[in-house]
Design a protein around this ligand. Sequence first.
Ligand code: SF4
Ligand code: FES
Length: 290
Amino acid sequence: MSTQIPQQETESETEPETEPTEETAQDRRLERKRADEAERQERAEAAAGEDEDRITLKVFRYDPEVEAKREPRFDDFQIPFEQGMTVLDALMYARDHYDSSLTFRHSCRQAVCGSDALFINGSQRLGCQTQVGDLDTPVRVEPLPHQEVEKDLVVDMEHFYDQMEAVEPYFQGDTPDGEEQRQSRENREKIKMSTRCIWCGACQSSCNIAAGDNQYLGPAAINKAYRFAMDEREEEEMKQHRMDILEQEHGVWRCQTQFSCTDVCPKDIPLTEHIQEMKREAVKDNLKFW
Ligand code: SF4
Ligand code: FES
């Protein structure tokens, strides 16, 4: 079974059709995040010193292997709130104090491993990066939409990993014997953001196109292809091979520039800009001069 996401406001609804420059669009998003952070600080300061509070955590439950849990439902957990508590902390509290069968993935607890992407209050976010104090209550936690749910908050990530593998995300070709492959500072700067992906799948889950076209490579895989195709150390022949993968029917041209992937990426990767850049590369690739 899978869950559905509500309609999301997209940047294309609020901005002109023209492509924003990378700096402007990215700056605007980061500015918005900074404003949210400032608001969170204010709320935290206002709440400091208050008595212990409890919040309600509404958690999606489903277990196909237990008859009584085959029907999806939400369970409510009362969690003692502490400043700095993340959604992952709250889930762990619920598991450790109320129901040890509550199932979810997590590992690093510091936005590095990408294993705890969840649908929290209607948006794809990392549980360990999302402060409970930033959210309206009750806090509603669901598995990533558009993925098969295996149990409670755990989804099947195989298809996402297959799409990532499809772009062959690694250097190939011969390295000249004993020669160091150097990269210029400018080129490193250019691909820097694309290297930050932690394979969490939040972008893919937020993408309406990926939801309707199971073969669409998706934003994370295209970003991964960008990371190598735009690296000056990539051999010309390999870059051409990568472009062939991106130009296929379910590749870059499927993207409708909705920016939903960019909005939810926990690592602030300008995914839509990267996809647009690969579209431009694809056009250049097909230009013929006689
Ligand atoms: S591009 Fe961002 S949202 Fe997508 S998998 Fe990578 S880190 Fe997660
Ligand atoms: S637990 Fe690793 S990213 Fe959240």
